[in-house]
Design a protein around this ligand. Sequence first.
Ligand code: PLP
Length: 424
Amino acid sequence: MPASPLWHPYAQMQTQPVPPTVVGGQGAHFTLAGGERLLDATCSWWCMIHGYGHPRLVAAIQAQAETLCHVMLGGLSHEPAQRLAEALVRITPPGLDHVFFSDSGSVGMEVAMKMAVQYQVLEGRPEKHRMLSLMRAYHGDTSGCMAVCDPEEGMHSLFAGFLPSHPFAPAPTAPYDAPPEAVAADIQALRATLEAHHHEVAALLMEPLLQAAGGLNMTSPHYLRAARELCDEFDVLLVFDEVATGFGRTGRMFAADHAGVTPDIMVLSKGLTGGYLGHAATLATGRVYDAFLSDDPNHAFMHGPTFMGNPLACRVALESLAVFEEEDYLGKIAGLNAILRAELLEDAALNAHPAVNEARVLGATAVIEVKEAASLDGAQAFARERGVWLRPFGRWLYTMPAYITTPEEMRRITGAMKAWFLER
Ligand code: PLP
């Protein structure tokens, strides 16, 4: 008998049959069975933007649970979903006027891809049924999403024989603040891939500005503007996966806002409910939506998961947005950004350390990239002894804190990250 029947993701169950067990959380900290209290530098994987146990979010779920817990949106509607759709249209880039709900980032991306393919079919171009995505991309773990993740990355290569093949463009390399001429090579590479594949491509998918799981690759707003122009030129839809970047993570409400670009389709999840319930939204412009309008019932969008638009998730998402706006989260994010820059970008000893390649910061996100993955072996246990929960992977030691993280807590996180290099 195993120690527990619970099978954990991306975990070698032989070496660690029962990972540390979380029993509670408050603010930016969670507590393990046995009483150890840890400062969560990962925001529970990009999503707990309000931290744990936020009274307004908890109360919103409780109130909704007493009223209505589930509606099958096929054939019926409900008010929390209608109100959330209106709120998302109000805050997202202009032109994204229609909202389709689902229950996770991966499924939100599946919806985006199916929407793009069906759009092309309805427009009389069924041959445009493949996706173009970027190397270093991560869009989720479902089959459709795996097929558009970086094909050279180890995590999904086992499944190569099972997945459809799609074209990829090189990952952009010019950093966030690169002048336009320094982004020209990235744009040219994207143009060349589109020239070769546009006739078969329904949509270009990208994580705008920040390729998250692909090593926190922070890229230029010029690249987003060029992607918009190239998609128009080659008649390909542009899909922004803002599952990780949405809701302030890059310093603006959405990464698209840095470039003033409206994609044809945009996917949100993670921060949408502050991580309190699984939820996702796929937004589309009128150009996409109108193609589905017809007397023919077969032109309706062919997707309808049982748990889409769950009333509890919609209600807590509405409360999350209200807290975000009323408590000036963009101001809080700017404060965290200033600390991250001072502590990581301006630390000469850290940047001169022989193991370190570079440090990068964007909004409330920071990464120390090392030259060899092995130099992060043991970094998690080291930080844990200092009361900080880090989750290094590959060559990246990073933080994406909850926005309610105090300046003292933020410095405790960067202190643990730096101490791994400078104090051993
Ligand atoms: N897209 C991006 C950019 C992500 O970072 C993730 C998850 O980390 C996903 C999609 C998949 O979301 P989920 O894990 O909710 O399925």
